[in-house]
Design a protein around this ligand. Structure first.
Ligand code: SF4
Length: 81
């Protein structure tokens, strides 16, 4: 089957800009963000959360934002690249 254009999703993503997640040093390692959005966050060896992707995949953006909203110490920031 032909005609399915992968380019379309990229065009849509491009309009919003590439989104990145950042975690600052206030993370207390509660473990919530990887539970909400395992596509973007995981718990590191140091017991604190880390970001595992350079850019947030389009389909994980909502859950990444939810993780940022629900982080108890507001350590997560979702920023446009
Ligand atoms: S939700 Fe916030 S405090 Fe909890 S692990 Fe993630 S960044 Fe750290």
């Amino acid at each position: 089957m032909r005609g399915r254009r992968a380019g379309k999703a990229l065009e849509i993503a491009g309009k919003e800009g590439n989104m990145k997640a950042k975690i600052d040093e206030t993370c207390i390692g509660c473990g919530l963000c990887p539970e909400i959005c395992p596509e973007v966050f995981r718990m590191g060896d140091d017991g604190l959360a880390e970001v595992i992707v350079d850019e947030i995949p389009e389909d994980a953006l909502d859950s990444a934002r939810e993780a940022a909203e629900r982080c108890p110490v507001e350590a997560i920031e979702i920023v446009e690249d």
